[in-house]
Design a protein around this ligand. Structure first.
Ligand code: HAM
Length: 422
């Protein structure tokens, strides 16, 4: 019978991969909590309207990539393509705003976009997402990008580039829109069908077009950064100044328009040149009007998301092998030693040590092979002879040395050894 395969673009994360994910998640949590972020967990499905209203009706995500469906009640729902809209919805729904303090939130989890799968681009992928509500201060823009760089470098990745840009505010963007429309109109029908349509509905979105011909035509397009108002320019200058003070390296890239409509002012992307065409590890920006547009108070906000698959891909390129915590494997030889090993493995686990045994009564050779494969740091060997003499052999798998321990206090000995006291 033919076996059932996973959905295209949706991947299993197998046990030997999971350690990388845990390492990235743990580091992310540690950094985010240190900067004052608290975790939030929102549902994977939301009302379709939430994403249409926030990300924008004429964006690629909403037009082409949503997992939208009607549920059994006839409600139109969608699997979340990103986390920001859901977090804002939750913020508004539960009245999370406070008068005095700003609120910093983070979420880690799967997102869904029906894109064409390729290396670094999947239909279910995972993001580490961070959002700050309640301040328009350029300090927080800089702090956020500083933290993003720290997080990526903290995981163990080097050679990344932080690209920043400003998209101005709705007022200065209005003036720019007209200039861009004129430019696009002058090019006549040289652009693709999609861009011709975008020219009328949402001209800025032409920058998202992946068609090479359109990208080439856009080389000479007027850039938004040259049209921003005084206030927006001052904000951007202050952000750059703080980044320099923090020692966070960046490059201004006027082409960062981001694929989502809610952005204004500061936008940014972290790029690596070792990822091929899907080179953005993360991106984000300010979205001051979104909370209000979704029915909440008029609070300023900014955020970013990191793509975990891409981050882990880079990490694996840089570090071939990941060190494993030294586990203990107990090889029991013969029926009575195996019974004793069964109790011992539970005692070691009970004291917080990672321990495993062979339940099947295999030969020493095959048990040692299994211990080696499992990556255990230590093997405890218990035979009939050792059991009678109340002893147990300890083999250090790394140092390839062996010594004899007393069986009566082997748990205490192993605790001392695992903590590095011996
Ligand atoms: P985004 O740029 O659409 O922004 O996604 C952020 C990151 O998610 C990308 O840089 C990439 O690493 C990863 N990513 C996106 N799509 C895929 C995919 N199909 N497969 C694998 N990885 C992918 C956002 O989602 C915004 N919500 C970020 C944000 C938060 N802005 C403000 N707050």
């Amino acid at each position: 019978m033919q076996s059932i395969q996973a959905v295209r673009g949706m991947n299993d994360i197998l046990p030997d991969q999971v350690r990388w994910w845990q390492r990235v998640e743990n580091k992310a949590r540690e950094v985010l909590e240190r900067f004052g972020y608290r975790e939030i967990r929102t549902p994977v499905a939301e009302k379709l309207e939430l994403f249409a209203r926030s990300i924008g009706q004429s964006t690629d995500i909403v037009e082409k990539e949503m997992y939208a469906f009607q549920d059994r009640n006839g409600d139109m729902l969608a699997l979340r393509p990103e986390a920001t809209a859901s977090i804002v919805r939750s913020y508004v729904q539960h009245g999370l705003q406070t008068d005095s303090a700003i609120l910093k939130l983070y979420q880690i989890g799967p997102m869904f976009r029906h894109e064409r799968p390729q290396k670094g681009r999947y239909r279910q992928f995972h993001q580490i997402d961070a959002e700050v509500f309640g301040t328009d201060s350029p300090m927080i823009d800089a702090e956020m990008m500083h933290m993003l760089s720290l997080l990526i470098e903290g995981v163990g990745i080097s050679g990344i580039v932080l690209n920043i840009n400003t998209l101005g505010c709705p007022q200065c963007r209005q003036a720019y829109r007209e200039t861009l429309k004129d430019f696009l109109a002058a090019k006549g029908d040289e652009f693709c069908q999609d861009c011709m349509r975008r020219r009328e509905t949402n001209p800025l979105r032409v920058f998202d077009c992946k068609v090479e011909k359109c990208q080439a035509l856009l080389e000479s397009a007027p850039m938004l950064i040259d049209y921003v108002c005084e206030d927006c320019r001052a904000h951007f200058d202050a952000v750059k100044d703080y980044l320099e003070k923090l020692g966070t390296r960046y490059a201004v890239n006027p082409r960062i328009v981001r694929g989502l409509d809610y952005y204004m002012r500061t936008t940014f992307e972290v790029i690596s040149d070792r990822l091929g065409s899907q080179n953005a590890i993360g991106g984000g920006g300010r979205y001051n009007g979104l909370v209000r547009d979704l029915g909440g108070p008029d609070v300023a906000a900014i955020g970013f998301a990191i793509g975990m698959e891409r981050l882990i891909m880079l990490l694996q390129q840089e570090q071939q092998d990941m060190e494993r915590a030294p586990g203990i494997f107990i090889a029991g030889l013969g029926e009575l030693p195996r019974q004793r090993a069964f109790l011992l493995v539970q005692q070691l686990r009970g004291r917080g040590l990672e321990a495993e045994m062979d339940y099947e009564g295999r030969s020493l050779k095959s048990q040692m092979r299994r211990a080696g494969k499992s990556g255990a740091g230590y093997v405890l060997i218990l035979g009939e002879e050792e059991l009678m003499g109340r002893q147990i052999q300890l083999r250090d798998m790394q140092a390839k040395t062996q010594m004899v321990l007393s069986l009566d206090d082997v748990v205490e000995s192993m605790l001392r050894i695992a903590s590095g006291a011996i």
